[in-house]
Design a protein around this ligand. Structure first.
Ligand SMILES: Nc1ncnc2c1ncn2[C@@H]1O[C@H](COP(=O)(O)OP(=O)(O)O)[C@@H](O)[C@H]1O
Ligand SMILES: [Mg+2]
Length: 341
């Protein structure tokens, strides 16, 4: 294949992909280091003096609401954008000084990655085409494609045109593409947002299994707290281009979830249950529903059973006592408030 040839990719993101090729014999492990990284779009500071270090072999989650700067960070890391200030290194290669090396060892699932496939080519042909662009050895291509498509439950779809696949399947195909050349660092921008729950779970399993097997480093953008908590061993929370806090997931979880909302379904008399809950010093707020109350409890591990005992002692029949999964918004507001106080 002529590497100097200019291809016509379907979107900007694929321009990047055409310049990747497989780096053989690399044993060094991946790592992402961000120093003072800043990117502006006019008056908007999309990435604001960011400092971040992701250890080798991590499954790292960059968590934040829409517009926080996650995709811009990814686009800077894969050298699609140039920073205004600062720099970063991926697998020890500086994004400004060694962009080609960075591209060689990086796999990218761009935001809306499923739109960056060729719709009139089959799933198999898309992967074959991109594998050749990546420089994957011709003798390895068919085996690698079969391995990835099988893993992603897409093997039976190999002859379907990419444009005729469901959004979920296209996203999985885009994920296969990101992994074709066995990159050391994978940058996945909202990898499961287009997937149904079963496919999303499969993708999470794949990511975790790859990370465990090959010790690749995963840098995953997501606005989904539950997903990040399940998948990632390290998390940073970003908003307005700034990292608000970062650390290991288990540390952050206990910091973020020191208060939690629970829904208690009761058999009759929710008002009485609410009055009992309100009188507990560890209950921060209570709201009453038709057959349930919602309570925000401080230090729930310590205090849940106390509330349950108080309610039972007060003659309330509890049908269900369930954690109301904290939304990112709740947690995020708590973090922002903490950061600005
Ligand atoms: N190409 C662009 N031109 C102008 N503004 C942009 C561009 N890309 C991103 N932005 C702005 O930068 C901010 C961060 O965007 P983005 O990185 O896409 O956030 P996220 O991925 O977290 O949703 C947003 O305010 C967005 O509107
Ligand atoms: Mg984004």
């Amino acid at each position: 294949m002529d590497r100097g040839k200019v291809f016509s990719p379907p979107t900007d993101d694929s321009i990047l992909l055409t310049q990747f090729h497989c780096e053989k014999g690399v044993t060094e492990l991946g790592e992402v280091d961000i120093k003072n990284l800043t990117k502006r779009f006019g008056d908007i500071v999309a990435v604001n003096h960011m400092e971040l270090s992701v250890p080798e072999g991590s499954i790292f989650g960059l968590l934040g609401p829409n517009g926080a700067g996650k995709s811009t960070t990814t686009r800077l890391l894969c050298t699609l954008l140039r920073p205004h200030e600062g720099t970063a290194s991926v697998g020890g290669h500086d994004i400004l000084e060694e962009p080609v090396a960075v591209r060689q060892i990086t796999g990218v699932l761009p935001e809306e990655g499923n739109h960056t496939l060729y719709p009139t080519m089959t799933a198999y042909e898309n992967l074959q085409y991109f594998a050749r662009l990546y420089g994957v050895d011709e003798t390895e291509i068919s085996g690698r494609i079969e391995e990835l498509l099988t893993f992603m439950d897409l093997w039976e779809r190999k002859d379907d045109k990419a444009g005729e696949l469901s959004t979920g399947n296209r996203q999985r195909l885009a994920l296969c593409r990101a992994m074709l050349h066995r990159p050391r660092v994978l940058l996945l921008d909202e990898p499961t947002s287009a997937l149904d729950p079963i496919a999303a779970k499969r993708v999470r399993e794949l990511i975790m299994s790859l990370a465990n097997t090959y010790r690749q480093t995963f840098f995953i953008n997501s606005h989904n707290l539950g997903e990040v908590q399940r998948m990632c061993d390290r998390i940073a929370i970003i908003d307005d281009g700034r990292i608000l806090l970062s650390g290991e997931t288990h540390e952050l979880r206990s910091r973020l979830q020191s208060k939690q909302e629970f829904v208690i379904r009761v058999s009759g008399e929710p008002e009485k249950a609410a009055a009992l809950a309100e009188s507990s010093h560890f209950v921060e707020s209570v709201s009453t529903g038709v057959d349930s109350i919602s309570v925000v409890i401080n230090d729930p591990i310590e205090n849940n059973w106390r509330l349950m005992q108080d309610l039972l002692a007060g003659g309330i029949r509890i049908i269900e006592f369930a954690e109301d999964e904290a939304t990112l918004e709740d947690l995020y507001l708590e973090v922002v408030k903490g950061g600005r106080d």
